[in-house]
Ligand binder design. Structure first.
Ligand SMILES: [Zn+2]
Ligand SMILES: [Zn+2]
Length: 187
């Protein structure tokens, strides 16, 4: 069985948490990781107990929805609230951070940002990250890692076993199936 790579694992977490976003303008998710441990996560949403854009519509001022707190900020604030240090941590985020989040990420001591999709990558954010020595890397997210591969494997194996139990299967069919299975599952 092939294990999921760490970066895809943390990005999967960010994509999953982005599905909790209440601002439909952009579904963003962020995960803060230290020593390969997830210490916080955030999504684009209103303050606790506040109105949701998904129900009330966005509160747009000068082209921006001002109701929501960005995913990256929410993740950092979760650390502030519960007392987890973000110094030298890494962030995995679904989209390239905006300038405001970029500044907060740097100021929180986060040393690396891995993002899945470009999003209006602001030159000033790129410059600030560079000057602060924050490693910024685009890591495209492979959506397939979210599918339940173990379950799929089980189903395929069962199906093949059923087929093989039938009589009169030409040897060449069996050999072909075996080769296919090896190719798929025994990498
Ligand atoms: Zn909104
Ligand atoms: Zn932001």
């Amino acid at each position: 069985m092939q294990r999921i790579a760490w970066d895809q694992f943390f990005l999967a977490q960010s994509h999953l948490i982005s599905s909790r976003s209440t601002c439909t303008r952009l579904m963003v998710g962020a995960t803060i990781v230290r020593d390969k441990r997830i210490i916080a996560g955030g999504y684009n949403g209103s303050i606790a107990g506040g109105d949701h854009c998904s129900e009330e519509g966005c509160y747009v001022v000068e082209g921006h929805c001002i109701r929501t707190i960005h995913a990256e900020m929410n993740a950092i604030l979760q650390c502030a609230k519960f007392g987890a240090s973000t110094d030298h941590a890494e962030m995995y985020v679904t989209h390239f951070p905006c300038v405001a989040c970029c500044k907060s990420i740097i100021q929180a001591g986060i040393k690396a940002v891995y993002y899945a999709k470009d999003y209006k990558n602001h030159p000033y954010a790129i410059e600030l990250f560079e000057r602060a020595g924050v490693e910024v890397k685009k890591v495209p997210f492979d959506e397939h890692v979210l599918s339940n591969t173990a379950q799929i494997e089980q189903t395929v194996i069962q199906t093949v076993q059923e087929v093989l139990q039938q009589e009169d299967i030409p040897q060449e069919t069996i050999t072909h199936l075996e080769a296919k299975l090896k190719e798929q599952f025994l990498k």
